[in-house]
Design a protein around this ligand. Structure first.
Ligand code: COA
Length: 415
């Protein structure tokens, strides 16, 4: 069976996390992703957070599956010629250098268009055009400037960044969508175009509900599903909401049996309105189903703390999995707080290919997150990440270079 992006060639000039996430997805959908790295060094993450001496780090291997690696010094005049040949052969150039780096290398949008008018040039940058467009940006900076940090954490504590890499991997996802959309448009126009995903914009897109809340706050001065209601105070900006649900169905994280020694013995519990009567029955507060102080969502809003405390008295009698089983029997939405250990050992995630074991010639077996997007006609086979320059000769030969030419370029330090 073919793959969705069979025949699409990606010139992958990405490094660290945001860009590599994007090109890894495209590779999983079947694109031929040729990762360009500097000889002797490569993507800086190859050696960051190393856990096996001499082996590519998990940071690198988990972001660069199914790609080919070629080494080119793109500041060397002969190396530039090799890159030009690749630009002429590929459909998409993806990069996440610091602003201006590609131009400084001599590969401006205009130059790339001269070489290949069908080329799509896709970039991750920290910020879009504006006062900060020249700034370098990493994950947590993006979370801070995109509105995530100011709205994450508890009211009485400082802003908090999340473990989910919404700035890097989130922006990589946005960029991948931009690329396939530009490829689709190219089938009609025959032309390439620039695709930009700014990390600030990507994070803000994922924090859309908080911009919603900012406007609600300005209109009404209060948000009744936030823990600040009814006894706390609201300021001018959306406050940190602790574990309150971002939607219209109030929720909170509650202790389960064993919470005293297990930091993850908790469950997320949602008081979804349609199952309120069932909730009352499960926790043994049947009278709340009809009591005017509890029977309707509006009546419950000022009493959420008391309600969650009562539900917690029940969840503390069960493990998080026992609680989930009972609650699901009654269609009550909830979710156990799963540790990474539990996720790594989860058999159902292995079966679907969301958690995959991969073998690597230097580091041996390791776990990775497979393709979270499943296409029925384009299944993903996760293949190990390439060693540095593993495919240089192969790709050079495909570009028409002879053995002698390849050796000469290597001696000259161009590849
Ligand atoms: N051959 C020769 N030179 C190469 C090369 C190659 N194959 N690959 C990269 N380089 C050069 C670049 O041209 C650049 O040179 P210059 O500074 O002289 O122009 C240099 O390597 C460093 O690139 P840069 O992107 O500036 O790396 P950095 O380590 O200084 O910064 C980031 C890293 C992530 C902060 C920066 O790339 C950035 O802000 N990227 C955009 C936002 C982003 O993606 N951030 C998230 C990362 S997960």
């Amino acid at each position: 069976m073919g793959k969705a992006l069979d025949g699409v060639r990606i010139l992958d000039f990405t490094h660290v996390q945001s860009g590599p996430t994007c090109t890894q997805l495209l590779a999983w959908f079947g694109a031929d992703v040729i990762k360009v790295e500097r000889a002797g060094a490569g993507d800086i993450t190859r050696e960051q957070l190393r856990d096996v001496p001499g082996a590519d780090s998990l940071y690198f291997t988990m972001l660069n599956h199914n790609k080919r690696s070629v080494t080119i010094d793109t500041k060397n005049p002969e190396g530039k010629l090799v890159l030009e040949a690749l630009i002429q052969k590929c459909d998409v150039l993806v990069e996440n250098f610091a602003p201006g780096a590609l131009d400084r290398m001599g590969f401006t949008w205009e130059r790339i268009q001269e070489l290949n008018p069908r080329m799509i040039v896709a970039s991750v940058k920290g910020f879009g055009p504006g006062p900060y467009e020249d700034c370098k940006v990493y994950e947590n900076v993006a979370q801070c400037v995109g509105g995530a940090a100011s709205t994450t954490g508890f009211d009485d504590g400082p802003p908090v960044v999340t473990g989910a890499q919404i700035g890097d991997s989130g922006t990589g996802l946005h960029l991948a969508l931009g690329i396939v959309t530009a490829l689709y448009q190219r089938t009609m126009t025959g032309r390439g175009q620039k695709v930009l995903a700014a990390m600030q914009d990507g994070v803000l897109n994922l924090c859309r509900v908080k911009l919603r809340d900012q406007q609600r706050l300005e209109r009404t001065g209060v948000m009744k599903e936030y823990p600040q209601y009814p006894n706390g105070t609201f300021g001018e900006a959306v406050p940190r909401a602790g574990n309150a649900s971002g939607g219209g169905q109030p929720g909170w994280i509650l202790k389960c049996k064993g919470w005293e020694h297990d930091p993850n013995a908790y469950i997320y519990f949602i008081t979804q309105a349609p199952v309120w009567v069932k909730i009352c029955n499960v926790i043994g507060r049947e009278e709340w189903a009809t009591h005017p102080d509890y029977a309707t969502p509006d009546a419950r809003l000022p009493r959420l703390k008391e309600i969650f405390a009562e539900v917690e008295r029940w969840t503390m009698t069960k493990t998080k999995f026992e609680a989930m089983e009972v609650l699901n029997e009654h269609d009550i939405p909830c979710g156990p707080i799963l540790s990474m250990k539990e996720i790594a050992e989860d058999e159902s995630l292995r079966k679907t290919g969301t958690v995959v074991e991969v073998d690597h010639p230097v580091r041996g077996k390791y776990l990775t997150v497979g393709n979270p997007i499943k296409l029925s006609d384009s299944p993903t086979d996760v293949k190990r990440s390439p060693l540095l320059g593993e495919h240089t000769d192969e790709v050079m030969a495909e570009l028409g270079y002879s053995r002698e030419q390849i050796d000469a370029l290597r001696t000259a330090g161009a590849i």
